[in-house]
Design a binder for this molecule. Sequence first.
Ligand code: ZN
Length: 262
Amino acid sequence: MSKTVCRFLSQATGEASFGLIEDGEVFPVPPSQIFDDAPDQTTPGEVLALSEVKLLAPVTPSKIVCVGRNYRDHAAELGNPMPDTPLLFLKPPSAVVGHGDAIELPSVSARVEHEGELGVVIGRRARRVGDGENPLDYVLGYTCVNDVTARDLQRQDVQFTRAKSFDTFCPVGPYVVTGIDPFDLQVETRVNGETRQRGRTAAMAFPVAYLIRYISHIMTLEAGDVISTGTPSGVGPLSDGDVCEVEVENVGTLRNSVRAGA
Ligand code: ZN
């Protein structure tokens, strides 16, 4: 059965809480109801209307593992060859923001671009996933990620860390949807309502199950970690005042405003 998991700011306690969304209402739940091995806690607060809560990024990952050039058409548009193995890089947890938060454009970049992606949220610790195991058994669910990138700095630095890691460069959300098949979902990115990117996850060079197993042999994936699975073609610039949306089929729409940073 599919569940919709969110994190939100409780008005009553001023603290963040997990919640399950049903019919426009948010039911607060302890982390132990979301992640297998999370500590049990008392459930804060009561049922709230979804329209009245401030949604936060749905998880607090220890790391965001990103996959570069996982769609052939995107590799081609940047003039890059397809890699033989997944091309991985990290975004720091400090870059994460939620649905409705602003993406801030750093003044040191003249070209910040959107990359709409399917995000995989890990549900329990995955280390060296074996051949006899189904990697998807380690998944909590799926979300939308905007892998915001300072393209000029990425080209200048060659390696990716600075270009991918500014504060606010990792919008995640609006929630995590469990129990869906990630194999063939539409991923669409819009700027000010205009479609800029549209692809299907079936076009990934390295699909979700392959990525989980591959990454788990490099680093331990913890509950709440996010794998951002790469972007289809159509990446383009973001400007002060824009509204950028990433929509993943059967998951939802992640919406963020864009503003010039200090
Ligand atoms: Zn990306």
